[in-house]
Design a protein around this ligand. Structure first.
Ligand code: PMP
Length: 360
């Protein structure tokens, strides 16, 4: 290595030097059931109409009005009133980064149950905040209320994340427990509702009662993972603070236009989500009946299941052309656990056939 390059590298924070970039599993040629994507594309006529809309977008100007329109359209889509604040992120990943930045000062802490979505901890560490992970109950992956309340009392976290439903367990937390956590938390409580299209409950009423509660959603699981639109709803005074940290042009004009188009056709996506919920129940029943695998019920578009040897089953499935996610290494509670994204009826049939062959 040349000396100027070494000198430059020496300026990079040591914790960044030893960190790993987020790994996306290669999926070419595989049945992709690893990332909770919606397997459906738009019907061809709508895809064509979208192409025409995108073709007419002026790319020479920075994003402005259409992004603001999208924020309002998303708030309407969620059914919240005009008094509720809303801001957009380039995916909810970016919003998690902005929320973390908003509370980042020496000694501030971020708290979330584990196993949970990895970005809460990763982005807290990027901002040099302490992350407090509170284990879920091993039996049913519900929140351990006593442990959560004790950790909140001890650590006084500036920010608490509750993914509702949770990734990777698919759990919806007990409503009374969340309410008590929101009341006990000294700072912000973010209900991460990425999987809301597949769930039987949401936190908007809790947000209305508890002004420290924000609701974060994304268009990714709705069917636009490639478009990267996340949104944050909450008390205008709080959302305004996050808005100050948002890079001014973080949402591309093409993404904003595609998202507005999708909202105009929200019924198409709602029908896809309904089919995926039916497929989730079908998959759950089939996995419950299959020897050698033990699934947990889920309110998301994924199912977590334990097998004898997750690494072997993962590899055998991959050899048969099916890509899922081996989450065993994420947390001790997930030993030998696999996470399977719900696909189309045909994809789920292929998955079940492959799994049956692998587990025999
Ligand atoms: N929250 C949860 C709980 C998730 O599982 C994910 C992605 N898998 C996200 C947020 C990030 O979503 P986005 O695509 O909007 O960045």
């Amino acid at each position: 290595m040349t000396e100027p390059l070494q000198r430059a590298l020496d300026r990079i924070r040591p914790d960044v030097r030893v960190a790993h970039a987020y790994i996306v599993q290669p999926s070419t040629g595989l049945l992709k059931l690893d990332a909770m994507e919606n397997p459906y594309r738009l019907p061809p006529e709508l895809q064509q109409a979208l192409g025409e809309r995108l073709g007419a977008v002026a790319l020479n100007r920075y994003p402005a009005e259409r992004t603001a329109e999208l924020a309002r359209a998303l708030a309407r889509h969620a059914g919240v009133g005009d008094a509720v604040g809303v801001t957009l992120g380039n995916g909810s990943d970016e919003l998690i980064g902005l929320l973390t930045l908003a509370v980042a000062r020496p000694g501030a802490k971020v708290l979330a149950p584990l196993p949970g979505f990895v970005m809460y901890e990763a982005l807290a560490r990027q901002q040099r905040l302490d992350f407090v992970g509170v284990p879920l109950r091993a039996s049913d992956f519900q929140l351990d209320e006593a442990a959560m309340l004790a950790a909140i009392r001890e650590h006084q976290p500036a920010l608490v994340y509750l993914a509702y439903p949770n990734n990777p367990t698919g759990t919806l937390w007990d409503a009374a427990v969340i309410e008590r956590i929101a009341q006990a938390a000294p700072g912000l409580v973010v209900m991460d509702e990425a999987y809301q299209p597949f769930a039987s409950a949401d936190s908007l009423a809790l947000m209305a009662r508890q002004p420290n509660v924000l609701v974060m959603r994304t268009m990714s699981k709705f069917g636009l993972a490639g478009v990267r639109i996340g949104y944050l709803l909450g008390a205008a005074e709080l959302v305004e603070q996050v808005e100050k940290l948002r890079p001014p042009y973080n949402i591309s004009v093409l993404n904003a236009e595609a998202a507005l188009f999708a909202l105009e056709h929200a019924g198409v996506y709602a029908a896809q989500a309904a089919e995926l919920r039916r497929q989730r129940e079908r998959l759950l029943a089939a996995l419950q009946a299959m020897p050698g695998i033990a699934p947990w019920p889920s309110q998301g578009n994924m199912i977590l299941a334990r097998v004898q040897d997750a690494a072997a089953t993962f590899a055998a499935l991959k050899a048969r052309g099916v890509l899922i996610k081996n989450v065993s290494a994420m947390h001790p509670l997930l030993a030998n656990c696999l996470r399977i994204t719900v696909g189309t009826p045909e994809e789920n049939t292929l998955l079940l056939q492959a799994l049956q062959a692998c587990l025999n």
